[in-house]
Design a protein around this ligand. Structure first.
Ligand code: MUC
Ligand code: MG
Length: 367
């Protein structure tokens, strides 16, 4: 089998309400659907989300990276030769989600060609994962209301609380959530680099008091002394996210002891590099959580396939419900979180079945 073409289709889906977090936010899901075509008719798919605040990518830059650099490097290759295409794509710096999506779409080709789901090809540890719901920045009362409503409706037991805009609001939010949800619910926080080291150290006693289990990216990713101070002061493990966008950064963060847990986002490291990150973390005794690059349903299926494949990535609840913030999506069968869990569909490849009418409606590259 040979890769014959790679398509990059930008599409926009409005959100129900704008997503806001410490340093940025989005009003609509601006993503690119990647399709890897092969000479025997199998088409692999994946989603690249444009997240300029983390990777500097836009829909336009993703389409450009695919058309100008990644597609020419891949066309003519046997999709099983993952080390060859990894090598051929490695000269280009950045372009994380464009590269990640190409990699996952090739895995989708392989799964479909073999008639096997990707989570089985990768490891096949489990068929479902617990889902963590992300509470984006709004009033503390609004967060409490949302958490109670979603726990009732979808059975969530784990909540990630967006903090990092204002320390006073952050404290009211975590205290309010703990009081409303009780002791059995897991709470962790993500500051998206929004705190200074002083802010982080100031809120630590409150985070301990309310039983926060992880502090995600508390301070700016590339301020080593601030990170060292916070890591030294914190009994709560720090979960690296924006600071660990590729394998070498994961190694550096762990060796510097700035992060004691690693967020794996397949949107940025695909399946091939994410597998290496899993091996590195396991070998060093560092835990992982499956993060969301604010994935739509297509991206969520990929995160789920990878997370369910390994014991170490399925131990913690994965961030697998951002699609609920979108007014619509592209799959023929929408994903539903039940009893706080999402089940792997079990279809060959990643299991992505696109509703072509919806894609035609939301794509922005046609008149
Ligand atoms: C998250 O919760 O980690 C926000 C910025 C980013 O890079 O990812 C998100 C989602
Ligand atoms: Mg994060």
């Amino acid at each position: 089998m040979k890769i014959t073409a790679i398509e990059a289709i930008p599409f926009n889906i409005p959100l129900t309400t704008p997503t806001v977090f410490a340093h940025a936010g989005i009003d609509s899901a601006e993503h690119v659907l990647i399709r890897v075509h092969t000479d025997d008719g199998v088409v692999g798919q994946a989603e690249a989300p444009a997240r300029p605040f983390t990777y500097g990518e836009s829909q336009e830059s993703i389409v450009k990276a695919i058309n100008a650099w990644f597609a020419p490097a891949m066309v003519g290759l046997d999709p099983l030769r993952r080390e060859v295409y990894r090598d051929r794509m490695s000269w280009l710096v950045h372009n994380h989600t464009a590269r990640g999506a190409v990699d996952m779409a090739v895995w989708d080709v392989i799964g479909q060609a073999l008639g096997q789901p990707c989570h089985l090809l990768l490891g096949g540890y489990t068929e479902s994962m617990a889902v963590a719901h992300i509470l984006f920045a709004r009033s503390p009362e609004g967060m409490v209301e949302e958490a109670l409503e979603l726990r009732e409706r979808c059975g969530f037991n784990t909540f990630k609380v967006k903090v990092g805009k204002d320390v006073g609001t952050d404290i009211r939010a975590v205290r309010g959530l703990r009081a409303a949800l009780g002791a059995d619910v897991e709470l962790y926080v993500d500051a998206n680099k929004g705190w200074s080291a002083d802010d982080a150290i100031r809120v630590l006693p409150v985070m301990r008091e309310v039983g926060v289990t992880m502090l995600e990216e508390p301070t700016p990713a590339f301020e080593p002394l601030a990170r060292r101070r916070v890591a030294a002061a914190s009994e709560i493990p720090i979960l690296g996210d924006e600071s660990v966008t590729r394998l070498g950064e994961v190694a550096r963060e762990i060796l510097d002891n700035h992060s004691q847990l690693i967020s794996i986002k397949v949107a940025r490291t695909g399946f091939t590099e994410s597998e290496r990150i899993v091996g590195l973390c396991e070998g060093l005794g560092v835990g992982m959580a499956m993060g969301s690059q604010m994935d739509g349903m297509v991206g969520t299926l990929a995160t789920l396939a990878f997370g369910a494949a390994f014991r170490s990535t399925s131990l913690r609840a994965g961030e697998l419900d951002y699609f609920m913030q979108l007014t619509d999506d592209l799959l023929t069968e929408p994903l539903v979180v039940t009893d706080g869990q999402l089940r792997v569909p079990g279809k060959p490849g990643i299991g992505i079945e696109i509703d072509e009418a919806k894609l035609a409606h939301y794509r922005i590259d046609t008149d």
